[in-house]
Ligand binder design. Structure first.
Ligand code: 13P
Length: 232
């Protein structure tokens, strides 16, 4: 079971340091834990979690090793810092920053090639679900990805992200089971996962863990979700 905390554009280096020092003190045996801070906070997270089983991943990664790509960061740069992996294709990047299935594929491929662990995100919008296009959207988004030992997918229905509207465990299970017919990698669930909803979601047969946004920002709620994963 894998629990990843996506901190989005929260927590600079000082808050990251405070969180990581607290996280070190938690009993987290029996669950794989990853934190995904903003680029500027990666170094301090790597430093403070060194010697623990907790991994640090970035929230994005570029496909070139270096070049004239203002504002981007390469897999090699992340590795130099001791970063373990990266999230790719988060719906916020698709929505606000022009990320496409094609760029998601390029980022994923390059990151895996460089030896990073990748969490690639897929998921339908509320409108797409209403139009009963969920499977079609997932099929399109997954079709550009290839199975790899260092790849996991995160099913994040866009309508459930930051809205408090969690997918029901049955809905999550159905989407995960469908994704598993397309690609043979573990699938995390993301979208308003909270300590209260975690256990039931995580006990679904095809839910391999969670990608947590809001509830990963507080040590108490994040570690409660990690403990739920240990029990699942
Ligand atoms: P929330 O848990 O805040 O809904 O965010 C989910 C998410 O986007 C994780 O990547």
């Amino acid at each position: 079971m894998l629990i990843a905390g996506n901190w989005k554009m929260y927590k600079g280096p000082a808050e990251t340091a405070e969180f990581c020092l607290g996280l070190r003190e938690q009993e987290l045996e029996g669950v794989d834990v990853v934190v995904c801070p903003a680029f500027v906070s990666l170094a301090v997270a790597v430093q403070l979690l060194a010697g623990t089983e907790i991994a640090v991943a970035a929230q994005n990664v570029h496909w070139e090793q270096e070049g004239a790509y203002t504002g981007e960061v390469s897999a090699e740069m992340l590795q130099e810092l001791g970063v373990y992996g990266a999230i790719v294709g988060h719906s916020e990047r698709r929505q606000h920053f022009g990320e496409t299935d094609e760029t998601v594929a390029r980022r994923t491929e390059a990151a895996l090639e460089a030896g990073l662990f990748v969490i690639a995100c897929v998921g339908e919008t509320g409108e797409e679900r209403e139009r009963e296009e969920t499977e079609e959207v997932l099929r399109r988004q997954v079709s550009v990805l290839e199975g790899d030992d260092n790849l996991v997918l995160a099913y994040e229905p866009v309508w459930a992200i930051g809205t408090g509207k969690t997918a029901t465990p049955d809905m999550a299970q159905a989407a995960h089971a469908f994704i598993k017919t397309l690609i043979d990698v573990p699938v995390l669930y993301g979208g308003s996962v909270k300590p209260d909803s975690a256990s039931e979601l995580l006990s679904q047969p095809d839910v391999a863990g969670a990608l947590v946004g809001g509830a990963s920002l507080e040590l108490e709620s994040f570690s409660a979700i990690c403990r739920a994963a240990i029990r699942s």
